[in-house]
Each structure stands twice: as structure tokens, then as C-alpha cells.
Design a protein around this ligand. Structure first.
Ligand code: NAD
Ligand code: UFG
Length: 344
């Protein structure tokens, strides 16, 4: 079975390619490499011993994308490609809407014209906005607080409308909670180009002395230690969720929506403490004002995915931040990983 993976060179995409290849799928990747490098796909090939059919193509380039569909018979698309930085989306909203929404429209039009009707889409827990309670279920109201989140909601709506217009489509909307970690070999992982926005890559750069200290955004939330609580899900578990979603599409379920999270929330300070224990490094931090747009607590009720996909997260926080599991050269820098995070 041939699967087209858009954004397959990126963080979650590359880990999902590993699982797809290990499961015997043929993988075609389109990625414009705007936030990734072809090196990650080479490493996926090394890990799996299998080939990826890679096309450096932008989803906005209709002709080139169409050419990929012309040359291969594609049975399903896993659609990761998109811009994902919340803060940046506030500064350059038009680019976010154009890239994420228009890119998806073009992809869907081409899928339709080639009679490809199966899609797994990377949505996000951000679509729940400020939830009325936790844990969050799939039928909670949705809203968005920034252009990135709105682009995800718009795409979800577009895909729901697409299904209404043609019920031969089968679409899985996967709402990820907070992806962390890396393949255990340590050769692929999260590799932000700039100063990281997300908690664990930031902590890891503090651990290696690249950044002086962590700023903890808010110590006055209504949580046990006053810091924000999130549901950190290991990227390999997330990758496996995509394989389960693909299998689900084979049973022609129509449009389905699943939370992919662990169901367990941890505070920022709990994450810092766990990282310190695992790495043996002190993580200096200071508590500063809340970050605009952040919420107190966000964690999943993942029971629907358990029931309907037979999927649940296997890794716990102890395995996210365990002592080094591998060595690797990443973008020509020799670094040592703790479950994917640089620690020396
Ligand atoms: P990533 O930036 O590592 O991967 C996205 C990939 O898409 C990159 O390789 C990038 O080069 C590519 N891309 C972007 N625009 C493109 C375009 N127009 N044409 C072709 N390729 C394009 O991000 P990720 O963390 O792997 O996220 C994957 C998906 O999951 C994204 O849609 C993201 O919004 C979603 N998501 C991520 C998180 C998270 O915290 N990482 C949480 C929820 C949802
Ligand atoms: N945090 C800090 N300091 C930092 C970075 C983060 O204290 O330097 C805190 C945040 O305030 C929050 C927690 O750590 O309480 C997690 O923050 P992240 O930025 O790692 O993640 P978010 O929950 O804000 O958002 C992430 C992705 C979104 C995605 C969402 C899904 O960035 O794209 O998870 O739940 F939509």
C-alpha cells in the first residue's frame, strides 16, 4: 500500500515514516524542507533499511504536487505539512493561512481528481481553546486563540465539508496533545532551527548550556504547583497512532476524530524535575509572567482512541526523560540525547 506523507521530513512525520516502513507500507514523502532537512529522511532509511520516494515539493505548487500523484498510485495521504509556531502565526497570519489552509485545499483538490479518498490529518489540542474542564473529550466545544489554531480549525471544517459533499472520503482528524521525545536510536528527533518555543527542547538547550535558564511562564495558575499542566505524548506513540488510524480508514468509517494523548497531565516544574533526575544536570529556571494565550491545564481523555483504534500511549514520563539512549550526529553537531533531547 502506497502512502503519501506530506511534511514527512519533519519531526512527527519522520518518526511516522519509520513506523510506516517497518509495517511494510511504501512511503512517498512531499516536503518543501522549510522546517526540516532531507537528512532526516536519509536517517529514516538507515533505521529501517528501506527506501523513501522523496519529492521536494511545496503543497502550494499545484503542478508539481499533481505530478507526484501522476507518477504513483497513492492509496492514502497522511497530511503533516504545515507551519506550527503559535507566536510566529500571530506576526505573519497571512502566511500561516496561505500555507496551511491553501496548501490543504490544493492537496484535497488533487486527491479528489486522482480519486484518492483516504486522509489522516494532523490536528491539535489547540482546537479546544480554553477547555471547560479536563480531561478533554473529542465532543468538547472547539475554538481557537491564534491564527495557527484557527488554521487547524478551518482545515477540520473544510475536511468535514468535503466529507458531506462526497461520503466516499474517509478522514481521520487526529488531535495531538504535546509531542515529545524521539526514536530510541537518537539519530532523528526534534531539531528546532531557532530558540525553541516548546518546553522540552528549551529545557534540553538549558541543560547543555546553550541557553542560560528556563523561563517558566506563570507560577500562579490554579494548579497544584501554580505552573501549567500539559499532556506530553511520546512521538513514537504518536507515530503508532497514525498506523492505527490508517487501518481504521480501511473500514470506511467516514470522518472520525480522535485525541492522541496519554490522559496524564504534568506541570512545568514536574517536567523540570524529571529532566534533572534523568540527566543529572541542574536546570536553572525563573518564574516569570504567564505567556499570552496559554491555559492552565490541558490533557486528553484518550478513551475513544483506545476503543475505536485500539491505540493507547505506551510510554510514560519516566521513558520520555530517561538517561541517554543513543548518540548521533544531527545537522553536523555531535550531541548526546536523552530520549531525543540534547544533554551534552
Ligand atoms: P515540523 O515543522 O517538524 O514538520 C512539518 C513539515 O512540513 C516540515 O518538514 C516542513 O518543511 C513541511 N512543510 C511546511 N509547509 C509545507 C508546504 N507548504 N509544503 C510542503 N511541506 C511543508 O512539525 P511537526 O511538529 O512534525 O508537526 C507536524 C504537524 O503536526 C503539523 O501540521 C503541526 O501543526 C501538527 N502538530 C504539531 C504539534 C507539535 O507540538 N509538534 C502539536 C499538534 C499538532
Ligand atoms: N513553557 C514554559 N517555558 C517555556 C516553554 C513552555 O514555561 O520556555 C510552558 C508553557 O507555558 C506550557 C508548557 O510549558 O505550560 C508547554 O508549553 P509548550 O510551548 O511546549 O506547548 P503548548 O502546550 O503551549 O503548545 C503545544 C504546541 C502547539 C499545540 C499544542 C497542543 O506548541 O502547537 O501543544 O496541545 F497546538
Amino acid at each position: 500500500m502506497h502512502i503519501l506523507v506530506t511534511g514527512g521530513a519533519g519531526y512527527i512525520g519522520s518518526h511516522t515514516c519509520v513506523e510506516l516502513l517497518n509495517d511494510g507500507y511504501e512511503v512517498i514523502v512531499v516536503d518543501n524542507l522549510s522546517n526540516s532537512s532531507e537528512e532526516s529522511l536519509k536517517r529514516v532509511e538507515t533505521i529501517t533499511g528501506k527506501q523513501i520516494d522523496f519529492h521536494k515539493v511545496d503543497l502550494l505548487d499545484r503542478e508539481s504536487l499533481n505530478a507526484v500523484f501522476n507518477t504513483t498510485s497513492i492509496q492514502a495521504v497522511i497530511h503533516f505539512a504545515g507551519l506550527k509556531a503559535v507566536g510566529e502565526s500571530i506576526s505573519i497570519p497571512l502566511s500561516y493561512y496561505h500555507n496551511n489552509v491553501t496548501g490543504t485545499l490544493i492537496l484535497c483538490e488533487i486527491m479528489k481528481s486522482h480519486n484518492v479518498k483516504n486522509m489522516v490529518f494532523s490536528s491539535s489540542a489547540t482546537v479546544y481553546g480554553e477547555p471547560k474542564s479536563v480531561p478533554i473529550k473529542e465532543d468538547f466545544p472547539v475554538s481557537a486563540a491564534n491564527p495557527y489554531g484557527r488554521s487547524k480549525l478551518m482545515i477540520e471544517d473544510i475536511l468535514r465539508d468535503l466529507f458531506v459533499s462526497d461520503n466516499r472520503f474517509n478522514i481521520a482528524l487526529l488531535r495531538y496533545f504535546n509531542p515529545v521525545g524521539a526514536h530510541p536510536g537518537g539519530s532523528i528527533g526534534e531539531d528546532p532551527n531557532d530558540i525553541p518555543n516548546n518546553l522540552l527542547p528549551y529545557i534540553s538547550q538549558v541543560a547543555v548550556g546553550k541557553l542560560p535558564e528556563l523561563s517558566v511562564f506563570g507560577g500562579d495558575y490554579p494548579t497544584p504547583d501554580g505552573t501549567g499542566i500539559r499532556d506530553y505524548i511520546h512521538v513514537m506513540d504518536l507515530a503508532k497512532g497514525h498506523i492505527k488510524a490508517l487501518s481504521k480508514l480501511e473500514s470506511a468509517p467516514g470522518i472520525v476524530t480522535y485525541n492522541l494523548g496519554t490522559g496524564q497531565g504534568y506541570s512545568v516544574l514536574e517536567m523540570v524535575e524529571a529532566f534533572e533526575k534523568a540527566s543529572g544536570k541542574k536546570i536553572p529556571y525563573k518564574i516569570i509572567d504567564r505567556r499570552q494565550g496559554d491555559i492552565a491545564a490541558c490533557y486528553a481523555d484518550p478513551s475513544l482512541a483506545k476503543i475505536e483504534l485500539n491505540w493507547s500511549a505506551e510510554q510514560t514520563m519516566a521513558t520520555f526523560v530517561r538517561p541517554p539512549t543513543g548518540h548521533g550526529f544531527f545537522r553536523n553537531t555531535k550531541i548526546r540525547y536523552s530520549a531525543g533531547y540534547i544533554i551534552s
